[in-house]
Design a protein around this ligand. Structure first.
Ligand code: ADP
Ligand code: MG
Length: 504
């Protein structure tokens, strides 16, 4: 029997079967990846192992003994620690205070602090973790906070570590550091389980991989015996091409959009954008890469007319778009499909039908013109058909569609207006693989038609495959504009961290 085994686990939320008769095991000295699309039940399964949820049925064994966890404390006492997607640290405390939180305090606080620190230092050394104990949480980077979470679990005696999508928030370098830590844990005899939906990470870090789809266990394979393509088939249930065709860009004439010296402030008076300049040409996809919160949102909002700049210009032809209203900007042929945090925010009206959402934009474009409902229905049906949007009918309320279909309605509507410039930010966030690749296809098609496409993305691999040029930003500044065919992923990672390299 393996170190940890979960057998015939089922869990429902209301009517949703989040886990349906799932089995899972992991041994000491092994790294197992749990792979599956969004909503396939990965977090649910491991949250039960970590004592956060209680299974409706099924059993959990650790070291051959059946366990019943009613809280994360129960799980930790049995040696299972989990690092969640959202950290649970107290910002005003430093690392060691957070780590020892909840421990019974000794009599002398000073001796106590020394004892705790000695123990932490021992763990840091044993597992090769960065030394952080005196640093306040609010001064830490995301990756440092994650290290503290891991340390906290090890400090409490975890010999099985479960990490839920730990790399979603990390740069390539930080991911490498994390993987090095995980390999050390494996060497030290820990069991490591990592949830991810990134295939390249599975291939790199895991010994075994279990794939889930729609709450069910699809299969478990040795990583050495599989390939990204085979894993995708297991994840999606169909074969699917993982290739993004990069069409050659159109020869450069005049830029369609010229952004010059754009600057703006954050609320606290620091610079959110600092002299950002770039040209965007017709027939190219210009990518923007950066750690979350590097100014992507501000840039989009200024170009869209939703935020005021302190200085700069956004030239479209000979006209400066700064100071124009969002509607005036859109009427110049600048289309936006960006809804950074919330797809159903500014772009679509959740409670309206597909048709009405599509009509909304044509009406905006020609205000005062009689709304042609019959024509709107035909247009909506055309867009639904063209982009393979899966909806019971065009009268269906947008909110009730899946994320991928909502995104396709939004993008399809914008594209149908024949924009000169198409700006998309995180268009595939939360989408499954099939939907993501059809969005990339839509963007490539626009590029072929001569549209200037600005693509703000978070997956560096996708950015590198899709874009003709990539602008890397850090702290609101342009670090470099690179050709992804001539710049390594590592170099781009360094630029994202704000370090200039020799090569660029
Ligand atoms: N606390 C919850 N309440 C209601 N539904 C939930 C809850 N957690 C997860 N679900 C649902 O269970 C399913 C599996 O979710 P989850 O385990 O989070 O998937 P994954 O981690 O693979 O993305 C989804 O349909 C999700 O909406
Ligand atoms: Mg999850």
């Amino acid at each position: 029997m393996a170190y940890i085994e979960m057998r015939h686990i089922s869990k429902r939320f209301g009517t949703v079967p989040a886990n349906d008769d799932v089995g899972f095991f992991v041994d000491r000295g092994e790294i197992v990846a749990l792979l599956g699309e969004n909503g396939s039940g990965k977090s649910t399964l491991l949250n039960m192992l970590a004592g956060l949820y209680i299974p409706d049925s099924g059993s959990i064994y650790i070291d051959g003994r059946r366990r019943f966890f009613h809280s994360p404390q129960d799980a930790i006492a049995a040696g299972v620690g989990m690092v969640h997607q959202h950290f649970k640290l107290i910002p005003v405390m430093n690392a060691w205070e957070n780590i020892s939180l909840g421990e019974k305090a000794g009599l002398n606080p000073f001796i106590e602090q020394k004892r705790v620190n000695r123990k932490i230092a021992g763990i840091e050394e044993r597992f090769g973790l960065a030394t952080l104990h005196g640093k306040k949480i609010y001064n830490m980077s995301v990756s440092e906070k994650q290290t503290v979470e891991i340390l906290k679990m090890l400090y409490r005696g975890a010999s099985a570590l479960v990490l839920d999508e730990p790399t979603a928030v990390l740069t390539p370098q930080e991911t490498e550091q994390l993987f090095a830590m995980l390999r050390n844990m494996k060497q030290e005899g820990c069991a490591v389980v990592i949830i991810t939906h990134k295939l390249n990470e599975v291939m790199e870090i895991s010994d075994r991989v279990m794939v889930m789809r729609k709450g069910k266990e699809i299969g478990t394979v040795n990583t050495a015996d599989t390939s990204p393509l085979k894993l995708t088939e297991m994840m999606v249930g169909a074969s699917i091409s993982l290739e993004i065709r990069r069409e050659p860009p159109a020869p450069k004439a005049r830029p369609v959009l010229e952004v010059k010296d754009l600057s703006c402030f954050n609320e606290d008076g620091t610079a959110a954008l600092d002299d950002v300049s770039f040209d965007l040409y017709g027939g190219e996809i210009l990518g923007i890469a950066g750690i979350a919160g590097s100014g992507q949102r501000e840039l989009c909002e200024i170009i869209a007319g939703l935020r005021r700049a302190r200085r700069g210009q956004v030239l479209c032809g000979s006209e400066d778009l700064l100071g124009l209203s969002p509607r005036e900007i859109k009427n110049r042929g600048v289309s936006m499909s960006f809804i950074p945090e919330d797809r159903l925010g500014m772009g679509l009206v959740a409670g309206m039908s597909v048709t009405d959402n599509i009509l909304l934009r044509s009406y905006e474009k020609r205000p005062g013109v009689f709304i042609d409902r019959a024509g709107g229905k035909i247009l909506a049906e055309k867009i639904v058909e063209r982009y393979g949007i899966s909806t019971p009918s065009v009268q269906h309320i947008v909110r009730k569609l899946s994320g991928g279909n909502i995104q396709k309605v939004l993008l399809g509507r914008e594209i149908d207006l024949g924009p000169k410039v198409l700006i998309t930010a995180y268009p595939v966030r939360g989408l499954d693989i099939g939907a993501s690749y059809s969005i990339y296809g839509m963007l490539n098609e626009q590029k072929k038609m001569g549209v200037a496409v600005l693509y703000i993305g978070e997956d560096l691999d996708v950015l590198r495959e899709l874009c003709d040029r990539i602008m890397v930003i850090h702290g609101g500044r342009v670090m470099a504009i690179v050709d992804p065919r001539e710049t390594s992923k590592e170099e781009m990672g360094l630029l994202m961290l704000g370090q200039k390299t020799e090569a660029v």
